[in-house]
Every structure is written in C-alpha cells, then in structure tokens.
Design a protein around this ligand. Structure first.
Ligand code: AMP
Length: 306
C-alpha cells in the first residue's frame, strides 16, 4: 500500500518559552514523514532550494522515507518563522517565505501515481490539487491546510475540499474556514462542503473525528513537559495515515485506532524542537504508547441506577 505525501519541506525558525531554533528541519511533509515512517514506508513530493541541508534528509531516509520526489532546485528553500505564547496554546506566524515553492510544479516519483493512501499536507491548495490529479485511484485522500491558505487561496481550497475524503485541521483553522466559532458546527460546515469526514485537532485537548451521524474523541497523551508544538498536527496525520496504510483498511474501527496512533505521534513531536522528539523512538515504543490509551480512555460500564 503506497503512502504518498506532498507538503512543505521547510527551514523553520521557532521561538517557544523553552528555547528557539533557527533554520531547523521542518515543513508539513517532513513532520508527517518522520512520524509515518515508524509504521509504514512513505514517499515524499516537494521541493527544496540549494540552501537546504539535504544531508539531514538523507540521514532520515534510513527510516523508510523515500525523498526521490523532492526536487532540488536553485533558489531559497521555503522558510517559516513562528512564536508561541507562554502556555503554547497559540502561535503567531512572523514570516512565511515561499522561496522555491512559488514556482513549484509537482512531479511524482516512479510508481507514486499508484499510491493508495494520499496525504495532501499543508501547502498551496493548487499544488495539492495538482498532485491529486496525478494519482490514479487513491483509496483514501486526506488533506490539511492553514490560515495562510484559507486567507489567500480560499476558492482553490473549496474546490479541493469537494475532492477529498477527509479534511484534517486544527480547531482555529476549522473556525476560520467555516466562520463558525462552535467546533461541532464548524465540523458540519466542512462536511457540507465535500469531505465525508473531518478530523479537528485541539492540541493538548485531543482530537475529534467528526462524521455525519457521530463523533469520536481521542485525548492527547498526558505529558508533563512540552517544548515545541510545531509539526504536531503533521505528526498526528503521519501516525493516522501510516497506521491505515499499514493495515490497508479505512473501515470505522481502523479509523478510530488511527486516531490513537495519531495522538501518540503528536506526543513525541511536541517533546523536542523540530523533529528531535522522535530521536530513538521505535515502532515498539509506538505500540506501547498506543496501549496506554486503552487505560486512559477506558470507561467501566456503570451499574444501572434505576
Ligand atoms: P503545524 O504545527 O502542524 O501546523 O505545522 C507547522 C509546519 O508547517 C512548520 O514546519 C512549517 O514549516 C510549515 N508551514 C507553516 N506555514 C506554512 C504554509 N503557509 N504552507 C506550508 N507549510 C507551512
């Protein structure tokens, strides 16, 4: 089951109350791939400039990440700069520089047109559509987006929404896209605009899987230390899609389990700056953390009161 992701391959400069990074490995596709590769091999489509530390990507290739769909061209790599509030609940984008992504036309690596699981990571919705058009018969198409694109490419995003199975966004993005502050009504608004399902991530409060007639919730893994939330949403998506690609199924039970794998990956992502939270993490660690969720969410059936 081929798992394919298109997204930004970035250099991030992040400031949190616990430290900062400058031009560190980042981007939606990178965070996604690092998490997904713990569960299933993943192919990445993107572009970097000639200033990118490609050696770092090559180092990660050993984990089962195929970077052959990442073009290397002359120019400046995508750069993003952000600053988090004291409680890490909100962040401000200080700068977004598209660089080589401004003129990027995605080309799929060999075999990727047959991908069964496709994640359209946070990037210009026109590029997301471009990749979607090149994949022949995907079984599951999930997409992400961000306030930057909701504001600057709304029409393209709404066109894309009609063609995907699932939108996966955070609560702020769901509110901004729908214009509704209530997260459940925002979810319904999204379902009315195309996707069959929507996942809304709520940081330390967990994530919701909203379908037309029911909603599922997974908590965040309880952590006493959090350093950098950047990329947690992409890591969640990587766990979610990596698990589904691994089991080769999109039935309801698997989707719910995929939410737990997503939550587990999000917890490592926030434990370190850039992708360092994943250093030393093995697939066995993932399975063990997933098992903790059983106890975290188990509700013993109450005795009948009446
Ligand atoms: P998340 O924290 O899950 O929202 O993902 C943050 C990642 O998205 C960072 O590594 C950034 O490089 C990347 N990013 C930020 N803004 C954009 C944008 N407008 N388009 C694509 N990627 C972006």
């Amino acid at each position: 089951m081929t798992l394919l992701v298109v997204g930004s391959v970035a250099l991030d400069s992040v400031s949190t109350p616990f430290g900062e990074t400058a031009d560190a490995l980042g981007g939606s596709a990178v965070h996604f791939a690092v998490a997904a590769s713990l569960l299933h091999p993943v192919q990445v489509v993107g572009v970097v400039g000639d200033d990118y530390p490609v050696g770092e990507l090559d180092r990660l290739a050993g984990r089962g990440i195929d970077w052959s769909g990442v073009e290397r061209v002359a120019g400046e790599s995508f750069r993003w700069r952000g600053k988090y509030s004291y409680d890490l609940q909100s962040r401000e984008t200080l700068e977004t520089r598209l660089g080589v992504f401004a003129d990027f036309r995605p080309r799929l690596p060999a075999g990727a047109e047959n991908a069964r699981f496709l994640f359209l990571g946070n990037i210009d919705p026109e590029l997301q559509l471009d990749v979607l058009n090149q994949v022949k018969q995907p079984e599951l198409v999930v997409c992400d987006t961000m306030n930057y694109w909701i504001q600057s490419k709304r029409e393209a995003l709404l066109t894309l929404l009609k063609r995907v199975d699932m939108l996966m966004v955070n609560d702020g993005e769901a509110r901004e896209l729908s214009g509704d502050w209530n997260i459940h009504r925002a979810g319904r608004w999204i379902l009315d605009h195309g996707p069959e399902r929507v996942v809304i991530k709520q940081g330390e409060f967990g994530a919701l899987l909203i379908e037309r007639d029911r909603t599922f919730h997974v908590p965040a893994y309880p952590l006493e230390e959090v350093f950098d939330p950047t990329g947690a949403g992409d890591a969640f998506a990587g766990g979610f899609m990596g698990y589904l690609a691994r089991v080769g199924s999109v039935d309801t039970d698997h989707l719910r389990r995929a939410m737990v794998y997503g939550a587990a990956m999000g917890s490592w992502s926030v434990s370190g700056f850039d992708v360092k939270g994943f250093e030393g993490v093995t697939t066995a660690d993932v399975e063990e953390r997933v098992r903790h969720f059983v106890d975290l969410t188990h509700i013993p059936i109450a005795e009948q009161i009446s």
